[in-house]
Each structure stands twice: as C-alpha cells, then as structure tokens.
Design a protein around this ligand. Structure first.
Ligand code: PRP
Ligand code: MN
Ligand code: MG
Length: 182
C-alpha cells in the first residue's frame, strides 16, 4: 500500500528494500555456513519477522529456536540486566549458533545474550540483525551480519513495537513524536 500508518512520520525502509537486503544476507549466510548449518536463535518478540523472512532466504537445513528475554531494573528500556523469560529448547554445545535480531539499539541486551550463550559451549555464536543504531550504542559488539545502520530515531514496524503496537507494519518507519510526547 502507498499510504503509511497515520502514526508514521516517514517510511525508512519499505518492504522491497527489506526483502532485498535480507536476500543478500541470506546468500552470505548460505556461503559462510555451507559446511555446518547454524541453529538460528530468534529473540522474541521483535525478531519473529526477520527470522521468518531471513530463514527462507538461507539455502541450508537450518534449525530454529527462540529465546525471550526481558530487561528489568530502573525502568529505562535496556538496563543491561536481563532475565530469561523463555530459554532455548535444546543444548547448543558443539552447535554453530546465529542469533537473529530485529534491532541493536544500546547493544546491552545482545551483550548479555552473547555472554550467556557462549558460556554454554557452542562451536560459535554470531549475530545477524536487520537494523543497528550506531549513535545509540553503549557497548561495542562485533556483529557479523547487519542489514542497515539507521539514525537514532524511534522506529516501528516489521517486528519493532511501541508499547506492543505496530509490529505488523510491513515496513520500518519513524514514529511521530506526537504519539509518545505530550
Ligand atoms: C528490542 C529489540 C531488541 C532490543 C534492542 O526488544 O527487539 O531485542 O530491544 O535493545 P538494546 O540494544 O538497547 O538492548 P524489546 O526488549 O523491546 O522486546 P521485544 O522484542 O519483545 O519488543
Ligand atoms: Mn527484541
Ligand atoms: Mg520492544
């Protein structure tokens, strides 16, 4: 459709741009993991859409699993203190793990998750993310596959929520300030 949601200030990445970039990422992952297909670990809830589309662009017999994590503490979004709400269903020792994320913002969630998964003895743990906000980074993380570096604005859609809304928009858009300011 041509008219974005009324709460969207502008569309940052349309469906076609997202799918084209995921296709490129899928091709690279297919080459890089041809000898030993990865376990894809999606981070609920935001990564559900990236997982569904990216995994279908990887031409290997991948397995998929999910984790749900929650930051808690002072009320700021990412405190860096993370709690597991849903853990993996299986052991990852001697597996190659590829974490699938929708966005890396401060990086605190992922820093914790990387340390947690690495402590379980996998062959490797790497990260594929559709979006990254370099200007919001509070920790350095080595990310193997990045779709797009984007400006430090509040983005929604394609899995990304504001207060649990807008996840099912098929594009990534910037949320109007009037929606979260009063
Ligand atoms: C969002 C996003 C990433 C994380 C990035 O998830 O999906 O997982 O925040 O933030 P960070 O880099 O600052 O840690 P959120 O915690 O909102 O949960 P959700 O996926 O269920 O929306
Ligand atoms: Mn998330
Ligand atoms: Mg969220």
């Amino acid at each position: 459709s041509t008219t974005p949601h009324q709460d969207v200030q502008r569309v940052l990445l349309d469906e076609r741009a997202i799918q084209e970039r995921l296709r490129e990422m899928g091709s690279r992952i297919t080459e890089d993991y041809a000898d030993d297909p990865p376990l894809l670990v999606g981070v609920l809830k935001g990564a559900a859409f990236v997982m569904a589309d990216l995994s279908r662009k990887i031409d290997l017999d991948v397995d998929m699993d999910w984790m749900a994590v929650s930051s808690y503490g002072s009320g700021t979004k990412s405190s860096g203190v993370v709690r597991i709400l849903k853990d993996l269903g299986a052991d990852i020792s001697d597996r190659r793990v590829l974490i699938v994320e929708d966005i890396i913002d401060s990086g605190l969630t992922l820093k914790w998750l990387l340390a947690n998964l690495r402590s379980r003895g996998p062959k490797s743990v790497d990260v594929a993310t559709l979006l990254r906000k370099p200007d919001a980074a509070r920790v350095e993380i080595d990310v193997k596959y990045v779709g797009f570096d984007i400006p430090n604005e509040f983005v929604i859609g394609y899995g990304l929520d504001y207060d649990e809304s807008y996840r099912n928009l098929p594009y990534v858009g910037v949320l109007k300030r009037s929606v979260y300011e009063d």
